[in-house]
Write a protein that binds this ligand. Structure first.
Ligand code: UDP
Length: 478
């Protein structure tokens, strides 16, 4: 693990003797307690990576959009890592498509912040497609090294939606351009690298650096205690989902699989439907709703309403609990209390939930897709089954629940694998090496950066009220 290289000492004297770098996460605020808009994993990544990079000697500024009117402008994570909230559009939670026309304001605010601080970021690491657009614009303004992490891909995410949003083609174009024009794209698994090559572009430089889990936070706790905290009886068999309720996360597959398990458990052995021991906990969006012990609240997003209707239709509403969004601090209790954590995604570039569950010693049954093939070792730390295959998920869940000895073996191996391979300190060490190499190249080659083709101005003719900002002379208005 290495920190900033000595040759840059001269350029970092104005404010600090550390090398400043910027992480941009327009739509995944690392300080938010209630993240909306599809960027939960991204906000975890940016916070963990930022803090770990600061420990390695970098001066880390994380830039995100101000989404709370009365939130602090700057939040210090530690002496050398902070999050800066920049104004861009109304200070409320917005969908990604709603944020898009406000990106010029975001860039202008970031540049004003740099000027005020008297600092310059020679390296910018962008996260998510909105940040990619911002990074491409900033790269046209000055000699910055641009690193990008996707976190998700529009063409995969939208596949599961009944109707593609109007922003889809623009997002796709940006996601292609960032691969072609960034100095490095960080893929979080070999499977993500393969998907980027297949779906985005054959040119552009990719380096594989995985995600991590906070190993102090996610660790094996006494299961009985976790159960007691959540009011779950010892004999209950708990199936857990943690994540967003976006269609491509495949929660419907899990609910249907769970209903199959429930039906079979009721019709065999001693359990009658009324004394069935299975419970499904769905941790994710919004407030608590329904189920065995939750209070009834109004669901707050259409996908969740659809899923709530499905559990009723399948007759498992009384054994299903929509837990709502759980704070990061409290998640280990849920992972530990569960007998199996199910990740039924249609696709995951990495899938943080898999390694968090495994770090807590909870076996995982996951779709045989993307980064889940990289993190979950079938038969050793859990099971991989074909994505969207309801019966295969049901059989996988039953296999783990049926054999306590095997589940215990999976538990040990799962925790061991995460400890060996996926720590944020190791991720930051690898990123640090990459940044150092890129910065060294930019100095020795003087003008390494070249202007790529201009990225189309985000404000298309359909939103003509927003004028292009004058500082960006290289950007074409359409
Ligand atoms: N998460 C959370 N509270 C919740 C649901 C999820 O803190 O109620 C966190 C979870 O711990 C994980 C992240 O959100 O770190 C989800 O990341 P993942 O890569 O699994 O999915 P993404 O949302 O990035 O597609």
């Amino acid at each position: 693990m290495t920190g900033p290289a000595a040759p840059f000492a001269a350029s970092r004297r104005t404010v600090t003797d550390r090398q400043p770098i910027a992480l941009i996460s327009v739509q995944g605020d690392p300080t938010a307690t209630n993240v909306q808009g599809g960027a939960i994993g991204q906000s975890v990544y940016v916070r963990q990576v930022g803090e770990a990079l600061a420990k390695l000697g970098w001066q880390v500024d994380i830039f995100t959009r101000k989404a709370e009117a009365d939130g602090a402008a700057i939040v210090e994570h530690g002496p050398h890592c902070r999050t800066v909230h920049l104004p861009a559009g109304p200070p409320t939670q917005l969908l990604e498509a709603e944020v898009f026309p406000h990106l010029p304001e975001f860039i202008q605010a970031l540049q004003a912040f740099q000027t005020k601080q008297g600092s310059h970021y020679p390296l910018i690491h962008t996260n998510g497609w909105l940040s990619a657009w911002s990074g491409l614009q900033l790269r046209q303004q000055s000699n910055v090294q641009l690193v990008h992490t996707y976190h998700t891909l529009g063409c995969i995410e939208y596949q599961a939606c009944p109707q593609k949003p109007a922003i889809a083609p623009t997002r796709h174009q940006i996601e292609q351009q960032i691969l072609q024009q960034a100095h490095r794209v960080v893929a979080t698994s070999p499977q993500e690298q393969e998907a980027l090559r297949r779906l985005m572009a054959t040119d552009g430089q990719i380096e594989i650096i995985p995600c991590g889990a906070d190993l102090e936070h996610f660790r094996s706790l006494p299961k009985a205690e976790a159960r007691a905290t959540l009011g779950l009886a010892d004999h209950t068999q708990v199936v857990l989902y943690v994540g967003r309720f976006a269609p491509h996360k495949g929660v419907e597959t899990l609910i249907r699989a769970f209903a199959q398990c429930y039906e079979r458990q009721g019709s065999v052995g001693s359990a009658s439907p009324s004394e069935n021991r299975l419970r499904l906990l769905l941790v994710g969006s919004g407030q608590a709703i329904g189920g065995a012990s939750g209070s009834e609240h109004q669901a707050d997003d259409p996908e969740r309403e659809r899923l709530a209707a499905l559990v009723h239709q399948l007759g498992v509403a009384h054994v299903t609990q929509f837990v709502g969004q759980v704070s990061y601090d409290r998640l280990p209790v849920y992972y530990t209390a569960a007998d199996v954590c199910v990740i039924p995604s249609h696709y995951e570039p990495f899938g943080l939930v898999a390694i968090e569950a495994m770090a807590c010693g909870t076996p995982v049954v996951a779709s045989d897709v993307g980064g889940l093939k990289f993190t979950v070792m079938p038969g050793e730390t859990g099971l991989l089954v074909p994505s969207q295959d309801v019966s295969a998920f049901a059989r996988g869940i039953e296999r783990v629940l049926a054999d306590a000895d095997w589940a215990n073996q999976l538990k040990q191996q799962a925790a061991h694998r995460v400890r060996q391979t996926f720590s944020w300190a190791s991720v930051a060490g690898q990123l640090s090496d990459l940044y150092r190499r890129l910065l060294a190249q930019s100095i020795t080659q003087e003008q390494l950066w070249v202007d790529g083709p201009a990225v189309p101005w985000p404000c298309q003719p359909s939103t003509p009220t927003v004028e292009p900002l004058s500082p960006f002379s290289g950007v074409q208005a359409s």
